[in-house]
Design a protein around this ligand. Structure first.
Ligand code: AQP
Length: 340
């Protein structure tokens, strides 16, 4: 069976990159797969979070999932910390993964910055927890943005090494060849890496101080219009072919966003807007973004007004996730040789 797992951190400022790179795909995959979508609060605390804000952001990501069209009854939506198996399996994976593998992770280097001695141990070990999230459900596919590609590769390496290190025990426990699947990343479409509106060389991100760098899912029409109008561009009109976007990162980004929001390709967008001035193209992009994101923001606000209802969804999802997780943990304990 094909099973999808993915997660979003409750760290505030959910933006268009999170939507186009991840959540929009989550919604589409519901048709074809059994899906498990997680608000990864254990990941969020690798950097200090204000406790009240963490709760509010956890509910906000849940509201975003549902407002975007995820069905928490047909699939599973929950927050990570309610299923203790994530942390337990992460420990086993800390003992499978090698220091050298984690030392190569570029996200740690970016997030830890210069003061690496002062980064949390959790921030360093983040990718082993991510491997545990995915493999606890033995997920076969993971939709993520391009920035998570390296972590997905590490997940595959961990699964492979576990399968090899414990091969005789895996067979002796009746699992045949290899216990964990080698998970496939699902990274596709015209906006797998949405860039900052202020700088086409940086990814759009929650933690960027300037709010003008991103479109938030909760932005109203005026805010969206203001940000798109101020988005950095170059002086040339749009090219008529995709090839012409090379070396023009800001133009490439806006065309990619347009294509993703309208479910077409960059080439198709340029058939219509090739040779157009940015002023005209931006006006069309504002209309499109407001039409697509407006209803999501409104629905998020409505859901957020009833935190108890959101909590009930998370509790129910966690109960169902735990059934799958507990089976994996029992298997892993038997395979590794822990008495239970
Ligand atoms: N700019 C982006 N373009 C496409 N996809 C993106 N994602 C994030 N930024 C972009 C995807 O969104 C999902 C959830 O991300 P996350 O919350 O787990 O963490 P992140 O990648 O660290 O997100 P941010 O927004 O960049 O936060 P900060 O600023 O804290 O680092 C993931 O699938 C991610 O690929």
């Amino acid at each position: 069976a094909e099973r999808v797992f993915s997660g979003v951190q409750p760290t505030g400022n959910l933006h268009l990159g999170n939507y186009l790179g991840a959540i929009k795909r989550f919604v589409e995959l519901q048709k074809s797969h059994e899906c498990i979508y997680c608000v990864v609060d254990l990941h969020a605390i690798t950097v200090w979070q204000d406790p009240e804000e963490l709760k509010r952001h956890t509910r906000e990501v849940t509201a975003a999932f549902i407002a975007c069209g995820i069905d928490p009854e047909a699939h599973i939506v929950f927050n990570q910390s309610q299923v203790s198996g994530h942390a337990e399996l992460a420990w086993v994976f800390n003992c499978v993964a090698r220091m050298g593998w984690l030392n190569r992770m570029t996200q740690f280097k970016e997030k830890a910055g210069k003061d690496r001695e002062n980064a949390s141990v959790g921030l360093f070990a983040y990718p082993t927890l991510m491997a545990a999230d995915i493999l606890l459900y033995r997920a076969t596919h993971v939709p993520v943005g391009d920035d998570q590609k390296q972590h997905l590769e590490l997940t595959r390496d961990i699964a492979q090494k576990f399968n090899t290190d414990f091969a005789p025990s895996i067979a002796a426990n009746g699992h045949g060849e290899g216990y964990f699947p080698i998970t496939e990343p699902l990274i596709a479409g015209p906006a797998t890496r949405v860039m900052s509106l202020r700088d086409g060389s940086k990814k759009m991100s929650k933690s960027e101080p300037s709010d003008f760098s991103r479109i938030n899912l909760t932005d109203d029409a005026d805010a969206i219009a203001g940000k798109v109008r101020r988005a950095k561009t170059d002086p040339e009109p749009l090219p008529s072919e995709e090839e012409g976007l090379k070396g023009r990162p800001e133009a490439d980004n806006l065309v990619g966003i347009f294509a993703a929001l309208s479910d077409t390709t960059k080439a198709q967008v340029l058939v219509e807007y090739g040779n157009a001035q940015f002023s005209a193209f931006k006006a069309a992009l504002v209309d499109l973004a407001v039409a697509k994101l407006g209803p999501i923001g409104t629905e998020m606000q409505r859901l957020m007004a009833d935190p108890a209802a959101i909590d009930a969804i998370l509790i129910d999802g966690a109960d169902r996730a735990r059934v799958i997780a507990d089976q994996t943990l029992r298997d892993v304990k038997d395979i590794v040789g822990m008495v239970r």
